[in-house]
Design a protein around this ligand. Structure first.
Ligand code: AMP
Length: 249
């Protein structure tokens, strides 16, 4: 069974974002970029399914600037078998990404696509759902457990009220939540090996998909600064303070 794992290159989650002086976006010049954390979870899950014997091939794909190649090499070093880089001149929005992924799915015919539930740069949480819509496939979003058989996926999903377990006919789309697994670090020998794994290069134009942005960012601003806290000596003082602020009775 083949699994496709889309991975996005984003600002590293440890880096504090700086808003550009003109408010047009986040400054990405000279800052550390990494694989979107939810996509690391997706790659890890695909590897674990391969280790269990249900999956035979893992194909990682990234859409974006040429540097996304580094993100794909990370996926290969973790354990993906091959990669596809789709370069695009402009930022590609979720609908454009989903349309390109739909074309790749047509070519590759995977049984499962595992995406992150959201990319931590724009927090869209849309691509997996749009891809499922375009393909007419079932979608299991916010997965915290995946079990595969030859023709179905049993997925436990994190929903508001707790956990929900459903069965999905394959092919299907799954998006990962935080508790699905803890991604492995790539070992040095695997990082070296990943350099010779196949990485195909394409452009968005190769797929005939119109990726012209449909969303116009009007303004990006820093969140308001948090006010300084107050230190209290003991619980009594805390309760009195809360009462005086009208928070406790
Ligand atoms: P989003 O809908 O932007 O929050 O992204 C959800 C998921 O879609 C991500 O976790 C990735 O798995 C995938 N994805 C989004 N954008 C890209 C991209 N440019 N290249 C590859 N995968 C992407």
């Amino acid at each position: 069974m083949k699994v496709l794992v889309p991975v996005k290159r984003v600002l590293d989650y440890n880096v504090k974002p700086r808003v550009k002086a003109d408010g047009s976006g986040v400054d990405l010049a000279n800052v550390k970029m990494s694989m979107n954390p939810f996509d690391e979870i997706a790659v890890e899950e695909a590897i674990r399914l391969k280790e269990k014997g249900t999956v035979t091939e893992i194909v990682a794909v990234s859409i974006g600037e040429a540097k996304a190649q580094e993100t794909l090499r990370t996926a290969l070093a973790m354990g993906a078998d091959r990669a596809i880089l789709v370069t695009a001149e402009d930022k590609v929005e979720p609908l454009g990404v989903a349309k390109i992924l739909a074309k790749i799915v047509e070519e590759e015919q995977p049984s499962l696509v595992i995406l992150g539930k959201q990319a931590i740069d724009d927090d869209n949480n849309q691509t997996g759902q749009m891809l499922a819509g375009l393909l007419g496939w079932g979608q299991a979003t916010f997965a915290s457990k995946i079990e595969l058989t030859a023709d179905a996926a049993r997925v436990t999903r994190e929903v508001d009220g707790g956990l929900e377990t459903d069965s999905y006919k394959l092919p299907a789309i799954v998006t990962t939540d935080l508790r699905l697994n803890e991604p492995r670090y790539a070992s040095l020998p695997n990082i070296m090996k990943a350099k010779s794994k196949p990485l195909a290069q394409k452009t968005a134009a190769d797929f005939g998909v119109d990726v012209t942005p449909r969303i116009k960012t009007l303004k990006v601003t820093e969140p308001a600064k948090r006010q300084a806290g107050i230190k209290v000596a003991d619980v009594d003082e805390l309760v009195n303070k809360l009462k005086s602020m009208g928070i406790a009775k």
